[in-house]
Write a protein that binds this ligand. Structure first.
Ligand code: ZN
Ligand code: ZN
Length: 268
């Protein structure tokens, strides 16, 4: 198997994770992957106040430095920043001078509501619910641009209660085009997050390959592959399958970032 890097994982510095860094590194070796990027959550001003999705970058990075650096296994320092319009000017203050290898920008909350829960969908059809999510992504990433990868652009489809379980290009071409054009022109990566395409809420969203092919057509160069693992058993999940899909859309490699520079792993 190609030595892909799992570029999106959560360990003990994320409150919702159930795996430890050291175990994850061991699992990477067992699975024959090339490495892992620990991208713990930093979500400022979450609507659910019961949990703090924050960590101290210096503590996470020190823990990574202490890991036994297995020969041939790349272990990188990352973060997944939760973007919301009202927090964009606070993010820098929290990150401080920490230098990460890779920064994922994600949207987890929309208009102050968590789309994990039903109230977000009340009074909205799927076009309105998904469309609003995509509009917020565009607003946030064009304002806060200090990131490398757009995380799970179709995250909202994971939890939505509709029969329409997927975000298809044909339904959201205007919203998707402006996001993809921006990523392509800024040299940022589009993430294929394999956690989205699992059974949840009575249905399985599927990746619309048209979105990926359109990204290529618009000049996109980088696609990343992340499991979004919070459990050991999901590390590198379905990477063979999705790397073939990525290749079929015209990309010859999968990308992760090291010291904020794109590194490509060729798909054979
Ligand atoms: Zn996320
Ligand atoms: Zn994540």
């Amino acid at each position: 198997m190609v030595k892909f890097i799992d570029s999106h994982t959560h360990c003990e510095f994320s409150p919702d994770s159930r795996m430890k860094m050291a175990d994850a590194v061991e699992k990477v070796r067992i699975e024959g992957l090339g490495g892992i990027v620990f991208t713990d959550h930093m979500d400022i001003d979450t609507p659910t106040k019961d949990r703090t999705f924050m960590f101290k970058p210096e503590e996470q990075q020190a823990a990574i430095d202490k890991l036994e650096n297995a020969e041939g296994t790349e272990i990188l320092k990352g973060i997944e920043i939760g973007l919301q319009p009202q927090v964009l000017n606070k993010i820098k203050r929290y990150i401080g001078d920490s230098s990460f290898d890779q920064v994922i920008a994600s949207v987890h909350f929309v208009d102050g509501v968590d789309p994990y829960h039903q109230p977000y969908y009340d009074g909205k059809n799927f076009i309105q619910a998904y469309g609003r999510y995509l509009d917020v992504i565009y607003e946030c990433i064009t304002t806060y641009t200090d990131f490398d990868i757009l995380g799970h652009y179709d995250y909202i489809a994971r939890y939505a209660p509709y029969a329409e379980k997927s975000i298809y290009y044909t339904d959201f071409s205007m919203q998707l085009d402006r996001i993809l054009k921006f990523l392509a022109s800024e040299g940022k990566a589009l993430e294929i997050n394999t956690n989205t395409y699992r059974e949840k809420c009575g249905g399985v969203p599927e990746l619309d390959t048209v979105v990926l092919c359109r990204f290529r057509e618009l000049g996109g160069e980088f696609v990343s592959l992340g499991s979004d693992s919070h459990d050991l058993n999901r590390i590198g999940e379905q990477f063979s399958h999705y790397s073939e899909i990525i290749k079929s859309c015209g990309f010859d490699s999968v990308t992760h970032f090291k010291k904020r520079k794109a590194e490509k792993v060729r798909i054979i």
